[in-house]
Design a protein around this ligand. Structure first.
Ligand code: CO
Length: 388
């Protein structure tokens, strides 16, 4: 069974988890064996008071990871519930079906009365899921009681989800719960009072000092709209790295940046004149727009997962206008997409990389971007674009 489990067989995985939950004979050996093969799966705990929108947030996080090609396990833990079943499990099964995807495995655990305690049961189940090759495991708990705090402690990175309108609750959470957070999320941040919650968290952080030197960032999200998810995942990845005290594996690094080729920018005298050739190749203009502050007309032609960007100047004395005058038509820049464009901007700036933008700006299609000077890139103008 271990063989099948490690091969990614979902039935073997489900059966192994049931064996571990039921504590049947041989399950301890199974867990021990799984632990040897658990690899470096990152365990991300998501906790917070009921009604904070944790399930929706976890769904969005799982989706985001799947879009990045990550394999994902989701463990929804309800320590107050004595039996499996009920609404939580039903929702989760629906989610799994909706995703319709073997790369995500969702498991609901109702663990009251678990032998050895809830945290141990969750840890064992996570080891089994990790042994099945899932590299990111999201552990969601229903509330913020003592059991949940114990569960949060076994995660590599713990996300504490808060919402506006909690009144004095942020204060009352202080004892024991605020300390477990590696990343704070203020969800439903489109509601009144979000900035107040952020302020309360920051004020509380000012009072406590943490040994590791990691200062938990505060990320605002609107989980129902998928807003802030890229920022959250960037913060989680940075925290995971900080805690492990090193840069992770290649895969982790790529996940952290979400790096991929976004588009190639080609300077042309006129979009109308240049598009014909690309249309002969079977490409077509999906989006056309004038970006006033760049004095450029932009036409985007999708090309697999990336795009071709035709750039026509709207003024002679513009960046593209001057480029055409100096060099004629041709490749102007290459654009890479990263998960967290602001973090990348800071990282490059702090590393002494010569940037061609003084800040992250908003361009065609609402995308946020900045440029890196060819002096730092091997002679190519590089655009860094954010997600979303
Ligand atoms: Co571009």
């Amino acid at each position: 069974m271990l063989e099948r489990l490690r091969g990614g067989d979902v039935r073997a995985l489900a059966r192994a988890i049931s064996m571990v939950e039921d504590g049947v004979a041989g399950s301890e050996e199974l867990v021990a064996e799984c632990r040897k093969h658990a690899g470096e799966a990152l365990r991300i705990g998501v906790t917070g008071p009921p009604g904070a929108g944790k399930s929706t947030l976890v769904d969005q996080m799982a989706r985001w990871l799947r879009e990045k090609g990550e394999t994902v396990g989701v463990v929804a833990v309800d320590p107050s519930s004595p039996y499996t079943g009920g609404a939580l499990l039903g929702d989760r099964i629906r989610m799994q079906e909706r995703v319709g995807d073997a790369g995500i495995y969702v498991r609901s655990m109702a663990s009251r009365g678990a032998v050895g305690g809830v945290a141990r049961a969750v840890r064992d189940v996570c080891d089994v899921i990790a042994a099945s090759g899932r590299r990111k495991i999201l552990i969601e708990t229903v509330g913020v009681g003592q059991d949940e705090v114990e569960v949060a402690r076994l995660a590599d990175v713990t996300v504490l989800v808060l919402v506006p309108g909690m009144g004095d609750d942020v204060q009352s959470l202080k004892a024991g719960v605020m300390e477990i957070a590696d990343v704070f999320v203020v969800n439903k941040s489109d509601c009144a009072g979000a900035d107040q919650v952020v302020g309360e968290i920051l004020a509380m952080q000012g009072l406590s000092s943490r040994e590791e030197g990691w200062i938990p960032p505060v990320v605002k999200t609107v989980a129902t709209a998928g807003e802030g998810i890229a920022e959250l995942m960037g913060a989680i990845a940075r925290c995971g790295e900080a805690k492990r005290g090193r840069i992770g594996s290649e895969a982790d690094r790529e996940w952290m940046s979400g790096l991929r080729l976004d588009h190639l920018g080609v300077a042309v005298k006129s979009v109308a004149g240049a598009r014909g050739f690309y249309e002969m190749l079977g490409m077509s203009v999906a989006h056309e727009e004038t970006v006033d502050h760049e004095q450029v007309r932009v036409a985007m032609l999708p090309m697999g997962e990336s795009r071709l960007e035709l750039l026509e100047p709207t003024a002679e004395d513009s960046v593209i206008g001057r480029f055409l005058e100096k060099r004629g038509e041709g490749l102007h820049h290459i654009a890479m997409k990263v998960a967290d464009v602001d973090a990348m901007f800071l990282r490059l700036k702090e590393s002494g990389v010569r940037l061609a933008s003084d800040q992250v700006r908003t361009g065609a299609g609402g995308h946020r971007y900045f440029f890196v000077h060819p002096a730092s890139t091997g002679g190519v103008l590089v655009e860094i674009v954010g997600e979303g």
